[in-house]
Each structure stands twice: as structure tokens, then as C-alpha cells.
Design a protein around this ligand. Structure first.
Ligand code: LLP
Length: 424
């Protein structure tokens, strides 16, 4: 569900025609819908309400401070993985007391910064990190709240590059080593070890992996409590899937129903860390066709955005729905389906202009005929697109626009050639 739709033959974001944004700001441009961010946040908040969870929006998905501010005002906390993300949360007006800090490589500087800010807790990923955080906390005259990230060895059945809760990945501590970890490190002088964390991966479109992992985590909670350890928090991580194609993922209540029942009456404070679920469908990338090139049997639609703006197809073989902003008269783009059954569509590759064969947005995709100058929308670009953007090929990064009803504002300007060389 999102607030991008066709009205009188052209694509709108809420009440703003995308042609208006393209004319005033040029392309490529990321366009975000406030109502969609809030709708997805509220869907999760409502579904998980019986657990009264701390919902920590995962900053890495879309870290623009205006988006963080929007979600902060809706009541969100934040899941961070770097000092830079913490700085963004604070600049956005977010409450550090609702921040959880994960990541296998937290540096001394980042740990001290988080101690100073007074975050809710660190998610520990290893014994050396536990010792280091304790040492730095003691030096700062503080005690750091921490939970232990457990690797539950569950296959989340998603792309292998976004699988994190399987053995042999770099994340967390193996299930069978957790009890020994608590025995050894729960009394470190600078640590207050108060719970467990898991994060299985991203774009998880089945409920079973959550249930399987949670079953293992709850056994662990019982074991640890029986041994006298204080387990107050259980952080379930993120990974709830976003609907890149229509009806391919469970809705919030489906995830929550299974999870809520397992956690009722467990006397645990619950945290969740959704990123994509909230932000992916809240954005699209607006781009213009530069050329249409026919080459033997192939037809390439070459656009002014490229893999530096949206790397997900190149990196994860990700599917992003693409349609013209102003389709030819009479053509109404169907729901987000990979193989629409409509006459008159042509099979094309939609590609960028970067000098790499991996620079593509779609291969053998059915699109209505498009020509030089046409605007295209690459959907589901609100998560892991702007945050993963680069200046590769010395392409200035694209601006970000936030729409709210009939209003829109630029929340990050387009980079200039001066920006490209400013630090050199
Ligand atoms: N919590 C932790 C500890 C994480 O590492 C992540 C994502 C999340 C929460 C949020 O996951 P989400 O709900 O957004 O799936 N660049 C990839 C996704 C990488 C996710 C990394 N960790 C992509 O574009 O698919």
C-alpha cells in the first residue's frame, strides 16, 4: 500500500503530479510520500500493540534527517549501526534513549559517542566487543546497557547477500555459546547485560523463520533466567518484507499474529527494528529516458539514473517495478506485476549510463513504448537506494523530495560538480 497512483493519466505522489517535481528539480530525483512512511509505521505499531514494543526504525534504510524527524514525531525509536547514524538521529531531533546500536565493528570513538548520548542499549556482537564497551564505560564513569545478539542459525529464505541469522555469517554469537557468554561476561564492571537480540536478514517474506528463531530465543530466555541471569529485553530485529511486487509479502498483522502470541506473558520488553517495511514503498526514483537503443534483438531504454542511484538490481538481483509517469492515452499501468498481460508492451532492458554491464534496473521487462524525454518511475525506492547511492563515474547524487499532501519540499538538494571535488 502506498500513496503513488495514476490520476487523469499521470502519476501522482499524494496530490502532487510527478511531472511538476521533474520540471522544477530535474531528474534523477527520489520522491518520498510522508503519508506512506506514516501508514507503514502505524500498521506495524497497531499490529504489535499488544506487546507495546519499542519500534526502532532502521536508519540505514533511509537516513535523511527529515524522514527521521517524521518518524520521531510518529513515536519511533531508531536502530543504528554507526556513529554517523547516531549523529543523524540527534540532528533530526530523535531521542537517544530510544536508540539501539548494533553492528560487528563498533569503534572506540563510536562507543564513546553512544555512551555520551545515553542510548537505550548496545547489541553486542562478540566477546572482544563486550570487553571493550565495558572498558570504555568504566573509563567514562558509566554503565552501558547491553543485549547480546544471538545467531539463531535460521534460514530466512531471502537473498544470500541479505541473510544474517545463519551460522558462518559474521553476525552475533552462536546459539550454543550464549550461556557460556553470559556466565563469563554478565558481570563485566561497565556492562549491564539485560537481554537478547536477533536479526535474521532482510526482505523476509515468510513467517516461519521468525517463529523458528523465536522458539529458539525463548528457550534461551528460560535457560538464562533459570541460571539467574536478568533477561528483560528481547529485540527481534527487522527484516519484515516490503511489497516490491503486489501481494508477495505478508501484511503487518500476519507477522505480528504469530509473534505476539509467542511473546504474551513472557515478562519481556520487546523491540523491533523495521527498515524496508516502513520506507521501501514510501519512495520512488524519478528518471528520464535519454535514448532508446535497438541492438540486434535487444531494445535498451537508457535513462538518466544509474546504479549509483539505485544499486539493488545490480547487487541483489532485486525487482523494482517501473512504469511511465505519463503513459500513452488509454494505457493504465496494472498492479505491480512482473508479467502484465496487456497487448502492445515491448520487452526492454532499462539501463543507466554507467560503464558497467551490471548497471541495469530491469532486464527483459515489458513496458509500453517509450521515447527519448519520457519520464519513468522506478518504484519501491524509499529503502536502501539513496542511502546506498554513490558518486561513481563522478555523477552528483540525486536530490530527495518529500511530499506531504499537496505540498512538496526538497529535503536534500542535488549535488553539484563543486560538491564532487569539495573534499579533495
Ligand atoms: N536491524 C539490523 C541489525 C539490521 O542489520 C538491519 C538491516 C535491520 C534491522 C533492518 O532490516 P530491514 O527491516 O530493512 O530489512 N541493502 C539491503 C538490505 C540490507 C539490510 C541490512 N540490515 C537491500 O537493499 O535489500
Amino acid at each position: 500500500m502506498d500513496y503513488f497512483d495514476y490520476q487523469s493519466g499521470q502519476l501522482y505522489c499524494e496530490q502532487v503530479p510527478l511531472t511538476e517535481i521533474a520540471s522544477s528539480l530535474g531528474t534523477p530525483t527520489y520522491v518520498y510520500s510522508s503519508a506512506t512512511f506514516l501508514h507503514h509505521y502505524q500498521q506495524l505499531a497497531k499490529a504489535f500493540a499488544p506487546l507495546d514494543p519499542l519500534i526502532c526504525y532502521s536508519v540505514k534504510a533511509n537516513s535523511n534527517i527529515h524522514i527521521l524527524n517524521l518518524l520521531d514525531r510518529a513515536g519511533a525509536g531508531f536502530d543504528i549501526v554507526s556513529g554517523g547514524e547516531l549523529a543523524r538521529v540527534i540532528r533530526a531531533g530523535g531521542d537517544p534513549a530510544k536508540v539501539v546500536f548494533a553492528g560487528v565493528g563498533k569503534t572506540d570513538q563510536e562507543i564513546s559517542q553512544a555512551l555520551q548520548a545515553g542510548i537505550c542499549f548496545f547489541a553486542l556482537e562478540s566477546a572482544p566487543e563486550a570487553q571493550n564497551i565495558s572498558r570504555l564505560a568504566v573509563a567514562a564513569g558509566k554503565k552501558a546497557n547491553a543485549i547480546l545478539r544471538v545467531n539463531p542459525d535460521v534460514d530466512p529464505k531471502t537473498h544470500r547477500y541479505i541473510t544474517t541469522g545463519k551460522k558462518l555469517t559474521k553476525f552475533g554469537v552462536n546459539l550454543e555459546e550464549v550461556t557460556a557468554f553470559f556466565e563469563k561476561y554478565s558481570d563485566l564492571p561497565g556492562l549491564n547485560l539485560v537481554g537478547l537480540h536477533m536479526h535474521l536478514g532482510s526482505q523476509i517474506t515468510a513467517i516461519d523463520p521468525f517463529v523458528e528463531a523465536l522458539t529458539k530465543m525463548l528457550d534461551l530466555v528460560d535457560t538464562l533466567r533459570a541460571r539467574g541471569h536478568k533477561i528483560e529485553w528481547l529485540d527481534l530485529g527487522g527484516g519484515f518484507g516490503a511489497d516490491y511486487q503486489t501481494d508477495t509479502v505478508p501484511l503487518a498483522p500476519a507477522y505480528a499474529d504469530a509473534i505476539v502470541d509467542m511473546l504474551r506473558d513472557k515478562d519481556l520488553c520487546i523491540a523491533i527494528e523495521p527498515g524496508k517495511f516502513i520506507s521501501a514503498n514510501a519512495g520512488l526514483l524519478l528518471t528520464r529516458v535519454v535514448y532508446v537503443k535497438e541492438s540486434g534483438p535487444k531494445r535498451f531504454v537508457i535513462v538518466d539514473a544509474a546504479m549509483n542511484d539505485l544499486i539493488r538490481p545490480s547487487l541483489y538481483d532485486a525487482f523494482h517495478f517501473i512504469w511511465p509517469v505519463q503513459p500513452a492515452q488509454g494505457f493504465v499501468p496494472p498492479a505491480r506485476t512482473a508479467e502484465p498481460a496487456i497487448d502492445g508492451l515491448l520487452k526492454v532492458d532499462v539501463v543507466g549510463g554507467i560503464c558497467e554491464p551490471t548497471d541495469f534496473f530491469a532486464k527483459d521487462r515489458l513496458l509500453p513504448p517509450v521515447q527519448r524525454g519520457d519520464l519513468l518511475a522506478i518504484f519501491t525506492a524509499g529503502a536502501y537506494c539513496a542511502t546506498m547511492a554513490s558518486q561513481y563515474n563522478s555523477r552528483p547524487r540525486a536530490p530527495e523530495v518529500l511530499v506531504d499532501g499537496a505540498e512538496h519540499k526538497t529535503i536534500r538538494r542535488r549535488e553539484t560538480y563543486d560538491d564532487l571535488t569539495a573534499l579533495e
